[in-house]
Write a new protein. Structure first.
Length: 165
């Protein structure tokens, strides 16, 4: 099992903001996502966009995502309990931009494939979860966001995972 190790790069604080989790699936796996059903995940990377505006802001929300043992409440919990989060893109703002970030990913179909039916239960997006066969670069992503939707800055927190039993 992988366990996240908090790196020095973690400057994340409890302000509100938007984030994208980068998860890595080292092999094909079947994951039951609550009542939605069983999904087959190819090896590669999965990008999930979300936002945090509640108490504790980004830091509290992301800390929860990083726990591999927890009750599964949201769709994404069924993935974060099976696949390690290897990086997080995040940006502070008072607006919830996860739908804009999802639209940015959706606009580049050559690079990102939609995983339909997951993680967008509260909005009209097709999904907030995307597959990418190679480690996704932030530069490509910000280009896809477009100037109008570009936040002042997006930080990257790279998480070094280690094998543990
Ligand atoms: Zn959405």
């Amino acid at each position: 099992m992988h366990r996240p190790v908090l790196g020095r790069q973690n400057q994340m604080n409890s302000a509100p903001g938007t984030y994208a989790l980068i998860l890595k699936s080292p092999q094909s796996m079947s994951v039951r996502v609550g009542k939605v059903g069983i999904f087959e995940f190819m090896p590669g990377y999965y990008i999930y966009t979300g936002s945090a505006r509640g108490p504790g802001g980004l830091k509290a929300r992301v800390s929860r995502h990083l726990k591999m043992t927890k009750p599964c409440h949201w769709h994404i919990d069924y993935l974060t309990t099976r696949m390690p989060v290897v990086a997080i893109w995040y940006s502070y703002s008072n607006s919830s931009d996860e739908c804009l970030w999802a639209a940015g990913l959706q606009s580049n179909r050559q690079k990102y494939a939609e995983v339909s039916g997951l993680g967008a239960s509260d909005c009209s997006c097709l999904t907030h979860l995307f597959f990418c066969s190679k480690y996704p670069g932030l530069d490509d992503f910000t280009a896809n966001l477009g100037a109008a939707n570009h936040p002042e800055s997006i930080d990257v927190w790279r998480i070094h995972s280690r094998q543990s039993d």
